[in-house]
Design a protein around this ligand. Structure first.
Ligand SMILES: Cc1cc2nc3c(=O)[nH]c(=O)nc-3n(C[C@H](O)[C@H](O)[C@H](O)COP(=O)(O)OP(=O)(O)OC[C@H]3O[C@@H](n4cnc5c(N)ncnc54)[C@H](O)[C@@H]3O)c2cc1C
Length: 506
């Protein structure tokens, strides 16, 4: 008898949520994590006493009765996590070419606030917000309605482009850009990003928007506590290198670790990028055509981030995020594919920045996180290096970029430089090496409305006891990965059974 019922590869949000569901339902689960710290993109790091998030900056729909609240109730998180509601009248500020626009919470508030800047656009704003609501309401799982199959691929909006739709509702180019202002939350591409990605993410935040006080690692901690209390096991610093099949080459018997240890289980769930999962399987196990299809999928771009520590009590806490764009084109892809523009001194062309909420002070921020797109190709030179061993020229590159970025931030916050005590940076290589995504891709496989089925990765694989979860099988982000974990665990427990469980808990 194998020691474990289910081995989960990777302790990112998807792996932990699957671990929670299955251990709660009596499965003996073991999560194998390559890093010292669990959580994947939920990981935080501490410098000069400040807690920095790496991939969970804010979340939506946590008001009582809203969808993430209901899921978090089921996952026993809602009464444990420390959260802070962002400003009702401006949770996000979209700054375009010197003018600022506010996104307010609640649909009426959202419309009325934008009407102050676009008084003639009431009809467009109503049309746009009705569409966001219509799309999210059309998704059964998002609304925890019992169903036979998850209907995302049957949904008509997967073949509609977000950019095209927004362009169709108003001729006002500035409004088009403002409505697309949260672009970096889904690494939007004009000719690829489906409307449903834009709609689910924007709807969730317009419903209500929250910071995780002292960082997102608390989610990983509470989930792991529950998994262990349910009898599960979480092993850190255990990198899975290979999945070993049985003698008939039909099912997986073992996960082989980097030190050659074998971990046996009846079932395996991979929370890592599908390309990386396939690399763990011998050629004979998976059809070449499937492997080629997965390997050919495009991934979303990555980020360069600056993590700033402030001198004590010098920088006021901002209870909102800022999405800044130098010019009237918030669709990142145009900017980063325009190499001449990208490499010249205009970089960065846009950024997102915010001050994390900490439990020490509501008045002053101890730090700021600012991030902007960065192409992996810029890092090619250091591709074969590992963390902390990339050489001096890499450090010089980061320093050069950091200075340019801080110059841009200084324009938005005059006097900022004088308040900085220390700063740190991360590049696509950092993400690649800490989370294992391809080329440090922020959100995994890129969705493309021109060929939606191509990027659709089912939770089931051709190997009957190997399943997938995490941001690549559905949508990224807290909500996308949560819904994805339900889909993965539905293979064990049935989807409607799980939907009922979440409904009962909430
Ligand atoms: C910069 C950035 C900002 C973001 N901001 C937000 C936000 O504000 N709100 C939001 O909702 N979402 C945000 N996201 C998205 C969100 O963080 C992710 O979609 C989600 O956390 C991904 O979870 P996951 O389970 O798919 O995998 P990951 O978080 O990628 O975790 C995968 C895990 O697998 C481990 N692993 C990899 N290979 C192996 C191996 N061989 N053996 C063992 N373990 C392995 C990794 O170490 C990692 O722990 C952001 C993402 C990024 C990158």
């Amino acid at each position: 008898m194998p020691k474990y019922d289910v081995v989960i590869i990777g302790s990112g949000l998807g792996g932990l949520l699957c671990g929670y569901i299955l251990s709660k339902e009596g499965y003996n689960v073991c999560i194998l994590e390559k890093n010292r710290q669990i959580g994947g993109c939920l990981q935080t790091f501490v410098r000069n006493g400040c807690i920095f998030d790496t991939g969970m900056h804010y979340v939506g729909s946590l008001e009582k009765g809203q969808i993430l609240y209901r899921f978090f109730k089921y996952f026993d998180l809602i009464n444990k996590i420390k959260i802070k509601k962002l400003n009702e009248d401006a949770f996000d500020i979209i700054s375009i070419a010197g003018t600022e626009y506010k996104f307010a919470q609640g649909y009426d508030n959202y419309i009325n606030t934008l009407l102050q800047s676009f008084p003639d656009e009431k009809e467009s704003l109503i049309k746009y917000t009705d569409k966001l609501k219509e799309i999210t309401n059309s998704l059964n799982l998002y609304n925890l309605r019992e169903i036979n199959t998850h209907n995302i691929i049957d949904n008509e909006y997967i073949t509609v482009g977000a950019f095209d739709y927004i362009k169709s509702i108003t001729l006002n180019e500035r409004l088009q850009n403002v409505l697309s202002g949260l672009n970096s939350l889904y690494a939007g591409e004009k000719d690829k990003t489906p409307l449903y990605c834009h709609a689910i993410i924007n709807n969730s935040l317009i419903e209500s928007a929250w910071r995780l006080v002292d960082g997102g690692a608390q989610i990983a901690k509470f989930l792991s506590d529950s998994i262990i209390a349910n009898g599960g096991t979480i092993l850190k610093k255990r990198e899975v290198k290979k999945l070993i099949p049985d003698a008939n080459n039909k099912t997986i018997n073992f996960a082989e670790l980097s030190d050659s240890e074998l971990i046996e289980a009846k079932y395996f769930i991979s929370d890592i990028h599908p390309v990386k999962t396939l690399e763990m399987l011998d050629a004979g196990l998976i059809r070449k055509s499937y492997r080629n299809r997965i390997n050919s999928l495009e991934n979303t771009i990555s980020f360069f981030s600056v993590y700033i520590v402030f001198k004590e009590n010098t920088f006021e806490y901002l209870n909102y995020n800022i999405y800044h764009y130098n010019k009237d084109n918030v669709w990142g892809t145009d900017t980063y594919s325009d190499t001449a523009y990208y490499l010249k001194n205009k970089w960065p062309d846009g950024y997102m920045c915010y001050t994390p909420a900490n439990s020490k002070s509501d008045v002053y921020a101890d730090c700021m996180i600012a991030m902007t797109y960065m192409k992996y190709s810029e890092l090619k030179k250091w591709e074969n290096t590992t963390v902390e061993k990339r050489g001096n020229d890499y450090l010089e590159f980061k320093e050069y970029k950091a200075q340019k970025f801080i110059d841009k931030l200084e324009k938005r916050f005059p006097g900022l430089r004088g308040k900085i005590k220390a700063y740190y940076t991360s590049t696509p290589l950092t993400y690649r090496d800490y989370t294992g995504t391809i080329n440090g891709s922020a959100y995994g496989i890129l969705k493309d409305y021109n060929n939606p089925l191509k990027a659709f990765i089912p939770t089931k694989t051709k190997i009957p006891n190997l399943f997938l979860t995490g941001q690549n099988i559905g949508l990224h982000g807290i909500l996308g990965v949560t819904i994805g974990s339900l889909l993965t665990c539905a293979e064990f427990l049935g989807l409607n059974y799980l939907i009922r469980k979440v409904n009962e808990a909430s």
